[in-house]
Design a protein around this ligand. Structure first.
Ligand code: PPS
Length: 702
């Protein structure tokens, strides 16, 4: 409620309490504990989806707990109640802002009533200023899965098919171009009694009336099979479709029980593409079956996965009186309940139904006819059908942020674990416990190599093409999926870590890492950002980066960058050093207790001490790092001692180059001044060790 400070007076006519807002001095008056008889959507610029002029009479059993507003030239009703005495008052009022210059929409009640709820969303869209761009089109697709699957006595017969065709035509009144989409597993064709077999035959005779899409040959669970087998059974289904002249016009398929779509079974995706050229599917499982309102889409391996909705009907719901919890639940869901709002909120709704819902009492036809009618009656939205390829295009245009999936750990979710291919071995540890985030050029390789000296610690197997790093989160490898990520880690019970110095300043890495490995610990190395930038520039020179080479110096890049390649070099040199800026992202997803900071200078100076602290933090048994790390005079850095031999990092780590000029150092220190001071404050506030270089940097600029 907007109003907190109120004055009560008693209305002599209705003996109800009238309340005046004193907190703002507003002249809005309201009535408490009202019973209302009718609700009418009043003309107003705010209504977008609610159809103006529609009204409904409320039952006498409705509670008398409504708060109503008195309208006036300053406050106009946008949803009007008629009360017993015949007076009209506002359930939702628009404050035109004439008193204090602020326009508002004020609700006197919670959002349980669907008209109030619709008005609330209209008001939200209005407040966000979306009224001009607001789209009223809603695309609806009704899939009838398993048109041939079902036990005898549950299946459709010829008459059901006739009614289905009629309904498809009559639904066209509400949904432009409406077509039912029929999913088939050919092996079950003519698997019923005589009348049901005739039903199947008739459906195939009438095949061109519908849009068809494949499941498997039988009701196969994809996760149980490899590519070869999946290819074979899909091909069988394809031959069936060809022999029966089923028009499979769109590259759309549905996996039985969504098995193989999420968690992704790569081999099913490959077989789909090879046999059916599939580019669109839908699932209820991403990111998870529950809650249905949070379902999303994603694109993987060029297949567009759209979210799929349930409509309260399942294979066992064939008759009105058998509906679990009573059929009233479905009616409530249609009449301003979940089903109604599913269509309202989603630009594209793909509903799953089954053949059985169109047999016997034909509950699906009842449900959708009433749902479409109800929507048509109460809203201004335009219901349409379009093919799944167009829907996928539209969906990912509207929600581009959903294109890249957010991988979860299927092994920790019983529902997902049950449909995992055997290649996902959840009995062994497959994901890292620790990430060394970098940033780049801070000594992350040295730290990782020293850490592997501990017998209870293992690193990922080296990945070719990315300096041995996995570079999964926030990078191209992320698109290769969880199974690929897991394949980089050995089967071991020790602490597993990977270091990808690209993670720290990547904008997507924190969220992706937290979604897959929420309990992982993280290490961040704090290197003087000026030194880090210079080291990165040396790295570019060593790799003969044309922009770095032609610029002549980092100073020139900092001062004169204009071209996009120069700006990119500049950004790459500077970005990683903006510690607090990037840390904010990681701290959105991980607690500070999960993050350990290493001073890069200390790592160079006293690596064994740094490693000792880390092993304590990781709860590892004591290990004498001292005895396994030696300083190499020729390298100028500490190296591992393995079987008596000094093993230093390669030439690209600990390069020999001229030190920074004073001028460049000044310029860089100046550039990082604010970032350094933010890092200093952050560490001090959280009682974390402040590196000497940072103390110095802040002192100099203070
Ligand atoms: N023990 C040891 N051996 C070799 N190098 C060491 C060591 N400790 C820290 N360093 C410093 O590490 C810098 C390279 O950092 P990274 O490994 O994080 O670089 S990378 O981003 O992974 O390429 C590298 O930067 P450059 O000196 O510019 O080559 C080193 O300064």
């Amino acid at each position: 409620m907007l109003f907190q400070c109120i004055r009560r007076v008693t209305d002599p006519v209705e003996s109800r309490e009238m309340i005046e807002d004193e907190s703002t001095g507003s002249s809005l008056w309201m009535w408490q504990n009202q019973r209302i008889q009718r609700l009418t959507v009043t003309p107003s610029p705010i209504h977008k989806v609610s159809k103006v002029g529609t009204y409904r009479n409320l039952s006498v059993h409705e509670p008398s707990d409504w708060i109503l507003f008195e309208t006036s030239p300053n406050f106009e009703s946008i949803l009007t109640a008629t009360v017993k005495s015949g007076y009209e008052r506002a359930v939702v009022v628009r404050d035109k802002g004439l008193e204090d210059g602020v326009e508002r929409v004020i609700f006197g009640r919670n959002l349980t009533d669907f008209q109030v709820k619709m008005t609330f969303f209209d008001a939200l869209w209005w407040a966000m200023g979306t009224e001009k761009t607001f789209q009223l089109d809603r695309f609806v697709q009704v899939d009838i899965d398993d048109v041939f699957v079902g036990a005898q006595g549950t299946r459709i017969v010829e008459e059901d098919v006739r009614i289905l065709i009629q309904s498809q035509k009559s639904f066209g009144k509400y949904v432009e171009n409406f077509r039912f989409m029929l999913g088939f597993s050919g092996s079950y064709f003519r698997n019923g009694d005589d009348s049901e077999d005739r039903g199947d035959e008739f459906l195939v005779e009438k095949a061109p009336e519908f849009v068809w899409f494949p499941h498997m040959w039988r009701h196969n669970h994809a996760h149980e099979h490899n590519f070869t087998y999946l290819e074979a059974i899909m091909t069988q289904n394809r031959i069936f479709a060809k022999n029966m002249n089923l028009p499979v016009d769109y590259p759309y398929a549905i996996a039985p029980q969504h098995d193989g779509v999420f968690p992704v079974h790569e081999q099913m995706f490959d077989a789909w593409k090879k046999v059916w050229n599939v580019s669109v599917t839908a699932t209820e499982e991403y990111p998870h079956f529950k809650p249905p309102t949070a379902r999303k889409g994603f694109i993987h391996s060029e297949i567009h996965v759209l979210p799929r909705q349930t409509c309260g009907l399942y294979t066992h719901t064939q008759r009105f009186d058998e509906y679990p919890d009573g059929f009233d639940k479905v009616i409530q869901s249609i009449q301003g309940g979940d089903l109604f709002f599913t269509i309202l909120f989603n630009p594209i709704s793909i509903f799953m139904t089954h053949q059985q819902n169109y047999a016997h009492d034909r509950l699906a036809l009842y449900t959708f006819e009433n749902l479409f009618r109800f929507l048509k009656c109460w809203t201004t939205i335009r219901l349409k059908w379009q093919d799944p390829v167009s829907s996928a295009k539209l969906y990912f245009q509207k929600f581009p942020e959903e294109r890249i999936p957010l991988w979860t750990n299927p092994c920790t979710d019983p529902r997902h674990r049950a449909i995992l291919p055997p290649s996902f071995n959840c009995t062994r540890k497959t994901l890292p416990d620790l990430l060394i985030l970098g940033p780049q050029k801070t000594g992350s390789t040295a730290l990782g190599s020293f850490l592997t000296l501990h017998p209870n610690v293992t690193q990922n197997t080296p990945v070719p093409g990315s300096f041995e790093e996995v570079q999964f989160f926030g990078g191209k490898n992320y698109l290769r999926g969880v199974e690929w990520y897991m394949s980089n880690f050995p089967n071991t019970s020790t602490v597993i870590f990977e270091k990808s110095a690209t993670y720290f300043d990547n904008p997507s890495a924190a969220k992706q890492a937290a979604t897959l490995i929420p309990h992982a610990k993280l290490i961040v190395i704090l290197q003087n950002p000026s030194q880090r930038a210079y080291s990165w520039f040396q790295h570019l020179l060593a790799h003969k980066d044309p922009t770095a080479v032609s610029s002549g110096s980092l100073l020139s890049i900092l001062e004169n960058s204009t071209t996009s390649s120069e700006l990119k070099v500049k950004q790459r040199c500077l970005s990683g050093g903006k510690y607090v800026h990037h840390l904010d992202k990681w701290l959105e997803h991980f607690s500070l207790q999960h993050i350990h900071f290493v001073d890069a200078d200390e790592l160079k100076r006293e690596p064994a001490k740094v490693l000792f602290t880390i092993s304590k933090w990781l709860d590892l048994p004591d290990f004498e790092f001292d005895a396994h790390i030696r300083f190499s005079e020729s390298k100028g850095f500490s190296c591992r001692l393995i079987e008596g031999k000094t093993k230093c990092l390669g030439e690209s780590k600990g390069r020999k180059y001229e030190p920074m000029t004073d001028e460049l150092k000044r310029k860089l220190d100046e550039t990082f001044q604010l970032d350094n001071s933010a890092l200093f404050k952050f560490l001090r506030k959280n009682r974390l060790q402040i590196p000497e270089w940072l103390e110095e940097a802040v002192r100099v600029t203070a």
